[in-house]
Design a protein around this ligand. Structure first.
Ligand code: SAH
Ligand code: SF4
Ligand code: F3S
Length: 451
């Protein structure tokens, strides 16, 4: 039915979980004989791996889809797949909206892509959005980087933050076993990968659903335990993880990070708001004081640690004073990076139907004020790197300047320096920082100190 060799294109929207899922789906397509193409218009199969965290993310998907649906009217052999969180949220109704679609598949079905496509190729329009137990993946992902790799440790989320669509689209928490996780990382080490990022929407929940609970209800398989299990994998130099939830973040985890040399001194801990009443309305389960104490403790153990976070402005009912508490928290902590967003009402979430919604103008104004402050604090935080020697793990060429390579500090600051990518990819290089910008650095390599 389809000409050979068949070509596929994947566009990925949204978070790191989607990126990791896309890499696994690309791996499945390649074992099925498909070849990757950059340009969607050259592809026989197009897969959009979608995000619905905010309305604008969802709308972007529809505009991409509209274009390909029109193309399919002229080219009926084109296979159109929508995966990810919009697929899960909309299910069958996506087929009514875009009848040209061949396959609508939720995130839990990513590993089943081959079976689902076989149904499509035998003439069916397929919707796969039933909640399922995620089967361990046996396919080799086609990873975008040769140096850094995502490793899922827990899927789904059992929290019920009142603004958030993730639990309804990603399902309940499902932890992978420590053995499966370690085996994946060992394979990565053998293939020459140097850095891994352990992934979960709420990584502190890792292991809650695994056997290993003692009679007092204490878990043996916590995320901290997992760090010890994976720490000594040969070949891997750096370990990162995301996302941490302030409600469950423990001092034991901080101690482990300080003690384990491969774990980088970078913590991504979203606070969402600096106001206790807003935090309560969001059902986040912590106060701004608790958040501040976590950061203080991290800095006691690791004074130079980088801290990044996510924040939402314009949550329903947020007053000017409550918003100012968010500004105050940002000013006090000194974040290296904050991902900010204006609140967006999401289908099926409690806060979406509250009457206290704020106007788009108020939200846009607060977002702008917060962003200004974030770039000021980020730029102050960058100053600490000036003149310092940092260990940079080289990932790639600088796409804007081929005479330079790019990599990251242990604290996750993007860094550029002069060098030849084929010689340096995957190497850790000592670099003296000569230029600092709010979110990136430039430096000079100390050639004698390459690891
Ligand atoms: N699991 C992570 C975040 C997942 S979603 C956590 O608990 O923090 C990524 C970010 O998107 C969130 O941290 C939040 O800042 C933002 N976000 C989620 N829902 C949103 C909404 N309805 N409107 C605006 N931003 C939202
Ligand atoms: Fe969403 Fe809250 Fe779960 Fe994060 S912890 S994914 S914000 S429900
Ligand atoms: Fe978006 Fe789904 Fe991630 S909604 S942020 S892609 S979990």
């Amino acid at each position: 039915m389809t000409a050979s060799p068949r070509r596929y294109h994947i566009t990925t929207f949204g978070c790191q979980m989607n990126k990791a899922d896309s890499e696994r789906m690309a791996g499945i397509l390649e074992t099925m004989g498909f070849q990757s193409v950059e340009e969607p218009n050259d592809a026989d199969l197009i897969l959009y791996n979608t995000c619905t965290i905010r309305d604008n993310a969802e709308q972007k998907v529809y505009s991409y889809l509209g274009r390909q649906a029109r193309r399919k009217q002229e080219n009926p052999d084109l296979t159109l797949v929508v995966a990810g969180c919009v697929a899960q949220q909309e299910g069958e109704s996506l087929l009514r909206r875009v009848p040209e679609l061949d396959l609508v598949m939720g995130p839990q079905h990513a590993n089943q892509l081959e079976d689902l496509l076989e149904q499509v190729f035998s003439g069916n329009q397929v919707v796969a959005t039933d909640p399922i137990h995620i089967v361990e993946d046996i396919t080799k992902p086609r990873r975008d980087s040769k140096v850094t790799a995502w490793v899922n440790v827990i899927y789904g989320c059992n929290e019920r933050c009142t603004y958030c669509v993730v639990p309804s689209v990603r399902g309940v928490e499902q932890s992978r076993t420590p053995e499966a996780i370690r085996a994946e990382i060992e394979a990565l080490g053998r293939q020459g990968y140097k850095e891994i990022t352990l992934l979960g929407q709420n990584i502190d929940a890792y292991g809650r659903d695994l056997p290993g609970t003692t009679s007092e209800g204490r878990h043996l398989n916590t995320f901290t335990d997992l760090l010890y299990v994976v720490h000594d994998v040969p070949g891997i130099d750096r370990i990162r993880f995301a996302t941490s939830h302030p409600r469950y973040f423990t001092e034991r985890l901080i101690r482990a990070c300080a003690e384990l040399p491969k774990v980088c001194e970078h913590f991504h801990i979203p606070f969402q708001s600096g106001d206790n009443d807003v935090l309560k309305a969001m059902a986040r389960g912590y106060t701004h004081d608790r958040y501040r104490r976590i950061i203080e403790t991290i800095r006691e153990y690791m004074p130079d640690a980088s801290i990044s976070a996510d924040a939402i402005v314009g949550f329903p009912g947020e007053t000017e004073t409550q918003f100012e508490n968010t500004l105050k928290l940002v000013a006090d902590i000194g974040f290296d990076l904050v991902n900010t967003a204006a609140y967006s009402p999401r289908p099926g979430t409690p806060a979406a139907v509250w009457e206290s919604q704020l106007s788009e103008e108020v939200k846009a104004d607060r977002l702008q004020r917060l962003n200004r402050l974030v770039s000021v604090t980020a730029s102050e935080r960058s100053q600490r790197y000036a003149g310092r020697v940092e260990e940079i793990l080289v990932e790639d060429q600088n796409s804007k300047d081929p005479t330079q390579v790019m990599g990251r500090t242990r604290g996750n600051r993007l860094t550029f320096f002069a060098g030849e990518i084929n010689e340096l990819r995957g190497k850790r290089v000592k670099v003296k920082i000569t230029e600092v910008r709010p979110f990136s650095l430039t430096g000079q390599p100390l050639v004698e100190a390459r690891l």
